[in-house]
Design a protein around this ligand. Structure first.
Ligand code: NAP
Length: 276
Protein backbone atom coordinates (compact mmCIF):
# COMPACT_ATOMS: atom_id res chain seq x y z
CA UNK A 1 0.00 0.00 0.00
CA UNK A 2 2.82 2.39 0.83
CA UNK A 3 5.50 0.92 -1.40
CA UNK A 4 7.43 -0.84 1.37
CA UNK A 5 8.60 -4.28 0.23
CA UNK A 6 7.62 -7.20 2.43
CA UNK A 7 9.16 -10.53 3.39
CA UNK A 8 7.10 -13.66 3.75
CA UNK A 9 7.26 -15.24 7.19
CA UNK A 10 7.38 -19.03 7.49
CA UNK A 11 3.56 -19.19 7.64
CA UNK A 12 3.02 -16.94 4.61
CA UNK A 13 2.18 -13.75 6.56
CA UNK A 14 3.93 -10.77 4.98
CA UNK A 15 6.02 -8.48 7.19
CA UNK A 16 7.02 -5.00 5.94
CA UNK A 17 10.80 -4.65 5.66
CA UNK A 18 10.72 -1.27 7.39
CA UNK A 19 8.85 -0.47 10.58
CA UNK A 20 8.83 2.05 13.40
CA UNK A 21 10.30 1.24 16.84
CA UNK A 22 9.08 2.95 20.00
CA UNK A 23 11.60 1.84 22.66
CA UNK A 24 12.29 4.60 25.22
CA UNK A 25 9.47 6.84 24.03
CA UNK A 26 7.63 7.76 27.24
CA UNK A 27 3.97 6.68 27.40
CA UNK A 28 2.68 10.24 27.43
CA UNK A 29 4.78 11.21 24.40
CA UNK A 30 4.28 8.24 22.10
CA UNK A 31 1.07 9.21 20.29
CA UNK A 32 2.58 12.01 18.18
CA UNK A 33 5.60 10.12 16.81
CA UNK A 34 3.50 7.05 15.98
CA UNK A 35 0.95 9.30 14.24
CA UNK A 36 3.77 10.96 12.27
CA UNK A 37 5.14 7.55 11.33
CA UNK A 38 1.75 6.33 10.12
CA UNK A 39 1.29 9.52 8.09
CA UNK A 40 4.73 9.02 6.56
CA UNK A 41 3.66 5.53 5.46
CA UNK A 42 5.03 3.16 8.13
CA UNK A 43 2.63 0.31 8.78
CA UNK A 44 4.74 -1.89 11.10
CA UNK A 45 4.90 -0.59 14.67
CA UNK A 46 7.23 -2.37 17.11
CA UNK A 47 6.44 -2.03 20.81
CA UNK A 48 6.76 -4.22 23.92
CA UNK A 49 5.01 -4.58 27.25
CA UNK A 50 8.11 -3.35 29.06
CA UNK A 51 8.23 -0.12 27.02
CA UNK A 52 5.12 0.92 28.94
CA UNK A 53 3.67 2.66 25.90
CA UNK A 54 1.30 0.10 24.36
CA UNK A 55 -1.73 2.20 25.30
CA UNK A 56 -0.42 5.25 23.47
CA UNK A 57 0.53 3.13 20.47
CA UNK A 58 -3.02 1.74 20.43
CA UNK A 59 -4.46 5.23 20.57
CA UNK A 60 -2.35 6.43 17.64
CA UNK A 61 -3.37 3.35 15.63
CA UNK A 62 -7.05 3.92 16.38
CA UNK A 63 -6.87 7.66 15.66
CA UNK A 64 -5.17 7.05 12.31
CA UNK A 65 -8.28 5.48 10.81
CA UNK A 66 -6.01 3.07 8.90
CA UNK A 67 -7.70 -0.29 8.34
CA UNK A 68 -6.54 -2.93 10.81
CA UNK A 69 -5.49 -5.30 8.05
CA UNK A 70 -3.06 -2.72 6.65
CA UNK A 71 -1.23 -2.48 9.97
CA UNK A 72 1.41 -4.81 11.34
CA UNK A 73 1.64 -4.58 15.13
CA UNK A 74 4.39 -6.30 17.10
CA UNK A 75 4.60 -6.55 20.87
CA UNK A 76 6.63 -8.70 23.26
CA UNK A 77 6.26 -10.57 26.52
CA UNK A 78 8.58 -9.25 29.21
CA UNK A 79 10.97 -11.52 31.15
CA UNK A 80 9.08 -11.28 34.44
CA UNK A 81 6.00 -12.68 32.70
CA UNK A 82 7.72 -15.75 31.33
CA UNK A 83 6.18 -19.18 31.97
CA UNK A 84 3.07 -20.67 30.36
CA UNK A 85 0.26 -19.10 32.42
CA UNK A 86 2.00 -15.79 33.04
CA UNK A 87 2.68 -15.35 29.32
CA UNK A 88 -0.96 -15.99 28.47
CA UNK A 89 -1.97 -13.35 31.02
CA UNK A 90 0.65 -10.88 29.76
CA UNK A 91 -0.65 -11.34 26.21
CA UNK A 92 -4.19 -10.50 27.30
CA UNK A 93 -2.92 -7.38 29.05
CA UNK A 94 -0.99 -6.26 25.97
CA UNK A 95 -4.03 -6.75 23.71
CA UNK A 96 -6.12 -4.80 26.15
CA UNK A 97 -3.66 -1.90 26.29
CA UNK A 98 -3.28 -1.84 22.52
CA UNK A 99 -7.06 -1.97 22.12
CA UNK A 100 -6.73 -4.80 19.60
CA UNK A 101 -8.18 -8.30 19.18
CA UNK A 102 -5.02 -9.65 17.57
CA UNK A 103 -1.40 -8.71 17.08
CA UNK A 104 0.49 -9.48 13.91
CA UNK A 105 3.61 -10.68 15.69
CA UNK A 106 4.12 -11.64 19.33
CA UNK A 107 7.68 -12.14 20.55
CA UNK A 108 9.48 -13.52 23.60
CA UNK A 109 11.51 -10.40 24.39
CA UNK A 110 14.63 -12.09 25.84
CA UNK A 111 15.49 -15.75 26.43
CA UNK A 112 16.46 -14.86 30.02
CA UNK A 113 18.24 -18.22 30.42
CA UNK A 114 18.62 -17.79 34.17
CA UNK A 115 14.85 -18.13 34.51
CA UNK A 116 14.81 -21.31 32.43
CA UNK A 117 11.27 -20.61 31.26
CA UNK A 118 11.50 -19.71 27.61
CA UNK A 119 10.35 -23.15 26.39
CA UNK A 120 7.22 -22.86 28.55
CA UNK A 121 6.69 -19.30 27.34
CA UNK A 122 7.03 -20.48 23.75
CA UNK A 123 4.33 -23.10 24.35
CA UNK A 124 2.05 -20.25 25.45
CA UNK A 125 2.85 -18.40 22.22
CA UNK A 126 2.00 -21.57 20.29
CA UNK A 127 -1.38 -21.63 22.05
CA UNK A 128 -1.99 -17.95 21.25
CA UNK A 129 -1.07 -18.62 17.62
CA UNK A 130 -3.33 -21.67 17.42
CA UNK A 131 -6.17 -19.54 18.75
CA UNK A 132 -5.57 -17.02 15.95
CA UNK A 133 -4.82 -14.19 18.36
CA UNK A 134 -1.33 -13.60 16.94
CA UNK A 135 -0.91 -13.91 13.17
CA UNK A 136 2.70 -14.94 13.74
CA UNK A 137 4.94 -15.71 16.72
CA UNK A 138 8.65 -15.23 17.13
CA UNK A 139 11.49 -14.53 19.50
CA UNK A 140 13.97 -11.81 20.23
CA UNK A 141 17.57 -11.91 21.41
CA UNK A 142 17.78 -15.69 20.95
CA UNK A 143 21.13 -17.30 20.13
CA UNK A 144 21.55 -20.39 17.96
CA UNK A 145 21.55 -22.54 21.12
CA UNK A 146 18.28 -21.04 22.36
CA UNK A 147 16.67 -21.55 18.95
CA UNK A 148 17.95 -25.10 18.73
CA UNK A 149 16.34 -25.88 22.08
CA UNK A 150 12.98 -24.60 20.84
CA UNK A 151 13.32 -26.77 17.73
CA UNK A 152 14.05 -29.80 19.92
CA UNK A 153 11.31 -29.28 22.49
CA UNK A 154 8.42 -27.54 20.74
CA UNK A 155 6.47 -27.67 17.48
CA UNK A 156 6.43 -24.26 15.80
CA UNK A 157 9.57 -22.65 14.33
CA UNK A 158 9.75 -18.95 15.28
CA UNK A 159 8.78 -16.68 12.38
CA UNK A 160 11.38 -14.06 13.33
CA UNK A 161 14.29 -13.45 15.66
CA UNK A 162 14.67 -9.77 16.51
CA UNK A 163 18.27 -9.09 17.54
CA UNK A 164 20.77 -6.27 17.88
CA UNK A 165 22.12 -5.86 14.36
CA UNK A 166 23.88 -2.98 12.63
CA UNK A 167 27.08 -2.56 10.60
CA UNK A 168 29.26 -2.89 13.71
CA UNK A 169 27.47 -6.11 14.73
CA UNK A 170 26.31 -7.71 11.47
CA UNK A 171 25.40 -11.08 13.06
CA UNK A 172 26.39 -13.02 9.94
CA UNK A 173 26.48 -16.44 11.61
CA UNK A 174 23.09 -15.99 13.23
CA UNK A 175 21.64 -14.66 9.96
CA UNK A 176 22.91 -17.72 8.11
CA UNK A 177 21.30 -19.97 10.73
CA UNK A 178 18.03 -18.06 10.38
CA UNK A 179 18.14 -18.42 6.59
CA UNK A 180 18.74 -22.14 6.91
CA UNK A 181 15.64 -22.49 9.09
CA UNK A 182 13.33 -19.99 7.39
CA UNK A 183 13.45 -17.45 10.23
CA UNK A 184 13.27 -13.78 9.20
CA UNK A 185 15.94 -11.59 10.82
CA UNK A 186 14.77 -8.33 12.38
CA UNK A 187 17.36 -5.72 13.40
CA UNK A 188 17.06 -3.68 16.58
CA UNK A 189 19.19 -0.57 17.01
CA UNK A 190 19.54 -0.74 13.21
CA UNK A 191 21.04 2.75 12.95
CA UNK A 192 23.19 2.43 16.03
CA UNK A 193 20.98 3.85 18.78
CA UNK A 194 22.56 7.31 18.69
CA UNK A 195 25.96 5.91 19.71
CA UNK A 196 28.23 7.16 16.95
CA UNK A 197 27.53 4.92 13.95
CA UNK A 198 25.92 7.68 11.92
CA UNK A 199 28.94 9.94 12.44
CA UNK A 200 31.38 7.25 11.29
CA UNK A 201 33.34 8.63 8.28
CA UNK A 202 32.67 5.48 6.21
CA UNK A 203 28.91 5.93 6.61
CA UNK A 204 29.04 9.70 6.11
CA UNK A 205 31.12 9.21 2.97
CA UNK A 206 28.64 6.79 1.34
CA UNK A 207 25.70 9.00 2.34
CA UNK A 208 27.31 12.18 1.02
CA UNK A 209 28.18 10.59 -2.31
CA UNK A 210 24.58 9.44 -2.76
CA UNK A 211 23.04 12.67 -1.49
CA UNK A 212 21.34 10.78 1.36
CA UNK A 213 21.43 10.96 5.15
CA UNK A 214 23.73 8.59 7.05
CA UNK A 215 20.65 6.90 8.53
CA UNK A 216 19.22 6.30 5.05
CA UNK A 217 22.52 4.78 3.89
CA UNK A 218 22.59 2.37 6.85
CA UNK A 219 18.91 1.45 6.53
CA UNK A 220 19.42 0.77 2.83
CA UNK A 221 22.42 -1.47 3.69
CA UNK A 222 20.10 -3.54 5.92
CA UNK A 223 17.31 -3.73 3.36
CA UNK A 224 19.68 -4.93 0.64
CA UNK A 225 20.80 -7.70 3.03
CA UNK A 226 17.17 -8.77 3.44
CA UNK A 227 16.86 -7.67 7.06
CA UNK A 228 13.68 -6.16 8.51
CA UNK A 229 14.49 -2.82 10.21
CA UNK A 230 12.61 -0.88 12.88
CA UNK A 231 14.38 2.47 13.42
CA UNK A 232 13.12 4.70 16.21
CA UNK A 233 12.91 8.48 16.26
CA UNK A 234 10.84 11.12 17.99
CA UNK A 235 11.96 13.75 15.46
CA UNK A 236 9.36 14.26 12.69
CA UNK A 237 11.90 15.03 9.95
CA UNK A 238 13.95 11.93 10.85
CA UNK A 239 10.83 9.75 11.05
CA UNK A 240 9.99 10.83 7.50
CA UNK A 241 13.48 10.64 6.02
CA UNK A 242 14.18 7.21 7.57
CA UNK A 243 11.23 5.93 5.55
CA UNK A 244 12.67 7.11 2.20
CA UNK A 245 14.97 4.21 1.51
CA UNK A 246 13.30 2.44 -1.39
CA UNK A 247 14.18 4.84 -4.21
CA UNK A 248 17.95 4.35 -4.33
CA UNK A 249 20.51 1.57 -4.11
CA UNK A 250 23.93 1.03 -2.64
CA UNK A 251 26.45 -0.34 -5.11
CA UNK A 252 28.82 -3.16 -4.21
CA UNK A 253 31.55 -0.77 -3.08
CA UNK A 254 29.12 1.14 -0.84
CA UNK A 255 27.83 -2.09 0.70
CA UNK A 256 31.41 -3.23 1.29
CA UNK A 257 32.41 0.11 2.84
CA UNK A 258 29.58 -0.11 5.39
CA UNK A 259 30.15 -3.83 6.00
CA UNK A 260 33.78 -2.93 6.71
CA UNK A 261 32.66 -1.42 10.03
CA UNK A 262 32.06 -4.86 11.55
CA UNK A 263 33.85 -4.91 14.88
CA UNK A 264 31.54 -6.96 17.07
CA UNK A 265 30.75 -3.91 19.23
CA UNK A 266 27.47 -4.37 21.05
CA UNK A 267 25.38 -1.35 21.97
CA UNK A 268 22.97 -3.26 24.21
CA UNK A 269 23.06 -6.30 26.50
CA UNK A 270 24.44 -9.65 25.37
CA UNK A 271 21.69 -12.32 25.59
CA UNK A 272 24.25 -14.86 26.86
CA UNK A 273 25.21 -12.78 29.88
CA UNK A 274 22.22 -10.47 30.48
CA UNK A 275 21.07 -10.87 34.07
CA UNK A 276 17.53 -9.50 33.73
N1 NAP B 1 14.02 -6.65 21.11
C1 NAP B 1 14.82 -5.91 21.82
O1 NAP B 1 15.41 -6.34 22.82
C2 NAP B 1 15.04 -4.49 21.42
C3 NAP B 1 16.07 -3.75 22.00
C4 NAP B 1 16.25 -2.43 21.57
C5 NAP B 1 15.42 -1.90 20.60
N2 NAP B 1 14.40 -2.65 20.07
C6 NAP B 1 13.49 -2.11 19.02
O2 NAP B 1 14.26 -1.55 17.97
C7 NAP B 1 13.89 -0.19 17.80
C8 NAP B 1 15.06 0.61 17.30
O3 NAP B 1 16.19 0.48 18.14
P1 NAP B 1 16.76 1.68 19.03
O4 NAP B 1 15.66 2.60 19.37
O5 NAP B 1 17.54 1.07 20.13
O6 NAP B 1 17.85 2.37 18.10
P2 NAP B 1 17.92 3.01 16.63
O7 NAP B 1 16.61 3.00 15.96
O8 NAP B 1 19.09 2.39 15.95
O9 NAP B 1 18.35 4.51 16.96
C9 NAP B 1 17.50 5.42 17.58
C10 NAP B 1 18.33 6.69 17.86
O10 NAP B 1 18.76 7.26 16.62
C11 NAP B 1 18.30 8.60 16.53
N3 NAP B 1 17.91 8.81 15.13
C12 NAP B 1 16.82 8.31 14.50
N4 NAP B 1 16.81 8.69 13.21
C13 NAP B 1 17.92 9.45 13.01
C14 NAP B 1 18.44 10.12 11.90
N5 NAP B 1 17.82 10.10 10.72
N6 NAP B 1 19.60 10.80 12.05
C15 NAP B 1 20.24 10.82 13.23
N7 NAP B 1 19.79 10.19 14.34
C16 NAP B 1 18.63 9.50 14.23
C17 NAP B 1 17.14 8.72 17.48
O11 NAP B 1 17.03 10.03 17.98
P3 NAP B 1 15.63 10.85 18.12
O12 NAP B 1 14.59 9.86 18.60
O13 NAP B 1 15.99 11.88 19.14
O14 NAP B 1 15.32 11.42 16.78
C18 NAP B 1 17.58 7.75 18.60
O15 NAP B 1 18.51 8.38 19.46
C19 NAP B 1 13.39 0.19 19.19
O16 NAP B 1 12.65 1.40 19.17
C20 NAP B 1 12.59 -1.02 19.57
O17 NAP B 1 11.34 -1.01 18.92
C21 NAP B 1 14.21 -3.93 20.46
Amino acid sequence: MTGVPTRALNNGVEIPMLGFGVFQIPPDEVVAPVATALEAGYRLIDTAAVYGNEEGVGKALADSGIARDELFVTTKVWNEDQGFDATLRAFDTSLDKLGLDTVDLYLIHWPSPRRGLYVESWKALERIYAEGRARAIGVSNFTVAHLQRLFDETGVVPATNQVELHPELPQDELRAFHDEHGIVTEAWSPIGAGKGLLENPAVVDVATRLGRTPAQAVLRWHVQRGTVVIPKSVTPERIRSNFEVFDFELGEADMAAISGLASGRRLGPDPETATF
